[in-house]
Design a protein around this ligand. Structure first.
Ligand code: HEM
Ligand code: HEM
Length: 166
């Protein structure tokens, strides 16, 4: 039952961002289109990483043995890619931020809410990466919570950033 909700939320997030970015927030400057394209790719990668929470949650909670074994195998494959996905998405988003800093900043001002929430998102991304690194080195109750909470605060921040109109 919950897997339907989980799949639905993922589809809504991905299709929703595609519709928002390309239909409601369309621009005709090729630099900005590039920056939007980079942001679109990166946020899909971030969504994939955030999904680890739900995979581990179902593994912990399910009483169906087949689901537990299947997801445990799946999570091992996903975790092989988890750090690479996080690092690649970060590099992509730095490209997005640089373009906007040089192309949009001087036009709308560097204190425009779109940019301020962008700085906030980058800051929270750094915290998430740092927390992920700590957790990777040595897991503890605190480190696990720290990475988990920072990942969700980061998710909230970039969704807010994305939906601010420019
Ligand atoms: C983790 C960090 C970030 C994420 C995930 C992110 C994500 C996004 C997404 C998905 C959009 C498309 C929404 C739209 O078209 O309205 C967007 C737009 C924008 N972002 Fe970011 N962003 C981040 C960091 C930044 C930073 C640091 C800045 C400022 C330098 C910035 C400035 C902008 C601007 C000006 C736009 C509107 C123009 C455009 O789409 O390129 N972003 N961002
Ligand atoms: C884009 C950034 C990232 C996001 C959004 C993200 C998100 C997440 C989430 C939601 C979980 C599941 C947490 C749980 O259920 O307790 C997780 C697990 C984990 N993440 Fe990240 N993460 C990111 C980057 C990283 C990086 C860069 C590292 C390491 C250098 C890392 C290392 C880990 C480790 C070790 C786990 C635990 C896996 C396990 O329990 O077997 N993460 N991450």
């Amino acid at each position: 039952m919950y897997h339907r909700l989980w799949t639905a939320v993922n589809i809504i997030l991905i299709v929703g961002t595609i519709i928002y970015i390309w239909f409601f927030s369309s621009h005709n400057n090729s630099y900005i289109i590039t920056s939007q394209f980079l942001a679109q790719i990166a946020i899909i990668l971030f969504f994939i990483n955030v999904n680890m929470y739900f995979i581990f949650l179902v593994i912990r909670k399910t009483s169906i043995r087949k689901v537990k074994i299947h997801l445990a195998k799946f999570s091992r494959i996903m975790m092989k890619w988890h750090i690479k996905i996080g690092v690649i998405a970060t590099i992509i988003i730095i490209g997005h931020a640089s373009i906007n800093l040089f192309q949009v900043g001087p036009v709308v001002g560097f204190t425009h809410p779109k940019l301020v929430t962008g700085y906030l998102a980058i800051l929270l991304l750094s915290v998430t990466l740092f927390a992920g690194y700590l957790r990777h080195k040595r897991a503890s109750g605190f480190r696990r919570k720290f990475h988990l909470v920072s990942a969700f605060v980061f998710l909230a921040a970039f969704l807010l950033h994305m939906f601010i109109f420019i």
